[in-house]
Unconditional design. Structure first.
Lengths: 114, 115
């Protein structure tokens, strides 16, 4: 089955700096890679996703890159703000016979200091 | 509307109680999911329903019993739980059938405490 590894587990940056979180996956059949942000006590919220036919996607200060050959993908946050502080989860979806199966990485706790 | 609604938001139950968690979506999604999340851990997949049929059971103990009465509703029946089952239970839903993955939307979760 799919296995997703995520690094680092914690990341502290100064406001305005960039933050990068990296994930690797094991199942070469995985074709969809979402990133979720989870604030304390809240549900995971989708912030950006990328599909296997695309190498890079950007949405304002957030970008995701995918390297299918190496089976890794990364989240880039530029000009970080204190409200970016949260736990970020990468995930990979592999196609089952009838259903997608979303497997999460272990999470990265991002702290942005003013 | 990208809303998945879960009730109750908080539940405290004894180890001999029977209770249910409920989930509803009106996005026309034909896949619905239950995830369990412990503190400081990622969500773990428990069950997946596709077209109202159970398609994935991740070896979940039988004290958790899912039910999908129709395409909009998903229940999780709880019986004889253990204190270690205390966690955030997340319901989610998505479309089926696209070739390159479907966005999965999460509800706000039900915080379960077993005493």
């Amino acid at each position: 089955g799919e296995n997703v590894e995520q690094h680092p587990s914690t990341l502290s940056v100064q406001e305005g700096d960039s933050a990068v979180i990296k994930c690797t996956y094991s199942d070469s059949a995985s074709n969809y890679f979402p990133w979720y942000k989870q604030e304390l006590g809240k549900r995971p919220q989708l912030i950006i996703d990328i599909r296997s036919n695309v190498g890079e996607k950007k949405d304002q200060r957030i970008a995701v890159t995918l390297n299918k050959t190496a089976k890794h993908f990364s989240l880039h946050i530029t000009e970080t703000q204190p409200e970016d502080s949260a736990v970020y989860f990468c995930a990979a979806t592999s196609r089952g016979r009838n259903t997608d199966k979303l497997i999460f990485g272990t999470g990265t706790r991002l702290q942005v200091f003013p | 509307d990208t809303e998945v609604t879960q009730t109750p938001k908080h539940l405290v139950m004894g180890m001999t109680n029977k209770k249910s968690l409920k989930c509803e979506q009106h996005m026309g999604h034909r896949a619905m999911y239950w995830y369990k999340q412990k503190a400081k851990k990622p969500p773990e997949l428990m069950f997946v329903y596709s077209y109202e049929k159970l398609s994935i059971n991740e070896s979940v103990p039988s004290r958790f019993s899912p039910e999908c009465p129709n395409s909009s509703l998903l229940n999780l029946h709880l019986h004889a739980l253990q204190p270690e089952d205390s966690a955030l239970y997340l319901c989610a839903s998505s479309h089926l059938g696209t070739t390159r993955g479907n966005t999965i939307y999460f509800g706000e979760g039900s915080w379960l405490t077993v005493v």
